[in-house]
Design a protein around this ligand. Structure first.
Ligand SMILES: Cc1cc2nc3c(=O)[nH]c(=O)nc-3n(C[C@H](O)[C@H](O)[C@H](O)COP(=O)(O)OP(=O)(O)OC[C@H]3O[C@@H](n4cnc5c(N)ncnc54)[C@H](O)[C@@H]3O)c2cc1C
Length: 474
């Protein structure tokens, strides 16, 4: 397949055409590696930004702005002359014809041909069959989620300040976090810090330090993947901050006013809480299932498509599925896996173009460990059997996160914001708007899909159904 280019509806391309679906960790690292390759590359994403998901909780709690963790993909790749960026949602694949189908933001559909395809569409939140919970307990996967949560968390303190009824005020000041993995631990710790350090001086009619932050997890300990010792340290530190940890507890119902929790003894307890955060469970992108149907494989329970040891699909060596949406050797759904697979996929494409198709070794993951922050200056790090916690762990967390953030300007501003939030008490990103708080639910109730602007193909001036984008401007 090296260097092959068939006729395209764009007509002009004679170079090998690479299409990358998704500008997250996997897609972006794959794209960067193709910077000087003799290919025509199109990176297509349904959002215009590359999202640094590990810091979403800091947007949700007012430390960082969304722009700092989500630079425009177009800007990140601006120096790649061989690359087009397209803002559109991929809806289908034809692996035999080697085309993908996508919808622009105005609902106009188009096709894009490829010679090599890298699909890195990530994963979304899983509510374990209870999608109705999402209405009251947003997950934390996107910028929309983080801004909605920020509005709900900060809005809860505002509501409490005006509430005369003590029970209702308590419900506004009770925050439930579901899921004791790194995301749940980080957001619970930051809500507690917000209540205890940042807000007390701003509220005169309520005591923000009386807020309850409850973290529920069905397992026997939080941060289970970090080992018993780090898990216990993290739990002790969280409790010192005022987070109540309930392990062996499964949230069985979520509604506007609270949650039902089934404890280890089987008893169900009702907790009145206006603000709920869902940080439990992931479901791979539905694009995995679409690909699986075409190449005759089955996705696992989390919707991940099984890939061959070289990250390609059975019968389709020109199609790679990488990152959170694939399953291979029980690799974890972490950024490092996606980045390393993105690099591997692009290296394979480059090797094939040089005619070294058969030389490639299977993908090997280099485990660089995992980490989670507990509070300011406290983190836990697990790396090749070495366990670090407290301030040394936090310093490691700081260096790694700064190293992997995209853009020097973002790194610089982030350091300043962290200084303000961690050394001082300030959180500069505390603007909340009604739209952020209610828009998702309102759009869903109106029967709309948030991605689309609800303009039909006929409404769109010069509808371009069936044609690929003519330029990098979608
Ligand atoms: C809150 C949170 C905290 C995390 N913390 C850590 C951490 O500390 N360390 C760590 O290693 N990992 C962490 N992770 C996991 C890590 O972010 C993921 O493993 C990583 O992002 C996976 O990369 P990916 O490229 O597979 O998918 P993603 O980075 O999710 O990118 C997928 C991209 O595909 C796009 N896309 C999806 N569907 C379509 C479509 N139909 N059409 C077009 N585009 C589409 C999306 O818009 C997105 O840009 C965290 C995740 C979350 C949610």
């Amino acid at each position: 397949m090296a260097g092959r280019s068939e006729g395209t509806s764009a007509g002009a391309s004679v170079r090998h055409r690479v299409v990358i679906v998704g500008g997250g960790f996997g897609g972006l690292f794959a794209a960067r590696l193709l910077k000087r390759a003799p290919v025509d590359l199109t990176l297509i994403d349904r959002v215009n930004h590359h999202l640094f998901q590990p810091l979403l909780y800091q947007v949700a709690t007012g430390i960082l702005s969304e722009g700092q963790i989500a630079p425009p993909i177009r800007s990140v790749l601006r120096r790649q002359q061989n690359t087009q960026v397209a803002l559109a949602s991929v809806t289908g694949f034809d692996l035999d014809r080697r085309t993908i189908t996508a919808l622009r933001a105005d609902a106009v559909q188009f096709e894009l041909p490829y010679d090599s395809l890298i699909v890195a569409a990530g994963a979304g939140q899983s509510y374990f069959g209870h999608d109705e919970f999402s209405r009251w307990a947003p997950g934390m996967k996107t910028i929309d989620d983080a801004l909605e949560l920020r509005a709900r968390i900060l809005g809860a303190f505002e509501m409490a300040a005006l509430e005369q009824d003590p029970d209702r005020r308590r419900a506004w000041l009770t925050f439930v976090v579901v899921g004791g993995g790194p995301t749940g631990v980080e957001i619970a710790g930051q809500i507690a810090e917000l209540a205890h350090r940042s807000l007390p001086e701003d509220f005169h009619t309520i005591d923000s330090t009386s807020a309850h932050v409850s973290l529920f997890d069905g397992g026997k300990e939080i941060l289970a993947g970090f080992g018993d010792k780090l898990s216990a340290k993290a739990a002790a530190e969280l409790e010192r901050q005022g987070v109540e940890i309930h392990t062996g507890s499964i949230v069985t119902a979520v509604d506007r006013h609270g949650v039902d929790v089934k404890g280890a003894d089987g008893e169900v307890t009702r907790i009145a809480a206006q603000t709920k955060v869902w940080a439990a469970g992931v479901q791979a992108s539905p694009l995995g299932k679409l690909l699986a149907e075409q190449c005759g494989v089955e996705c696992d329970r989390a919707g991940r498509i099984p890939v061959l040891p070289d990250c390609t699909l059975p019968g389709h060596p020109e199609v790679f599925a990488i990152g959170d949406m694939m399953s291979l050797d029980k690799l974890p759904g972490v950024a490092e896996v996606a980045m390393q697979q993105g690099i591997y996929a692009s290296q394979t494409i480059k090797a094939r173009l040089r005619g070294h198709d058969g030389d490639r070794k299977p993908f090997r993951y280099r485990d660089l460990g995992s980490m989670a922050t507990i509070s300011r200056f406290r983190a836990v790090v697990s790396f090749k059997g070495i366990r670090v916690s407290g301030f040394p762990g936090w310093l490691m967390w700081l260096c790694v996160h700064l190293a992997f953030m995209t853009g020097f300007k973002n790194r610089f501003i982030t350091v300043v914001q962290w200084g303000l939030a961690f050394i001082g008490k300030g959180r500069s990103e505390r603007t909340l708007t009604l739209q952020e708080a209610v828009a998702r639910v309102a759009i869903e109730e109106a029967g709309g899909r948030p991605f689309l602007l609800r303009i039909t193909a006929e409404d769109a001036p010069g509808g371009t159904e069936g044609k690929p984008p003519a330029s990098s401007e979608p």
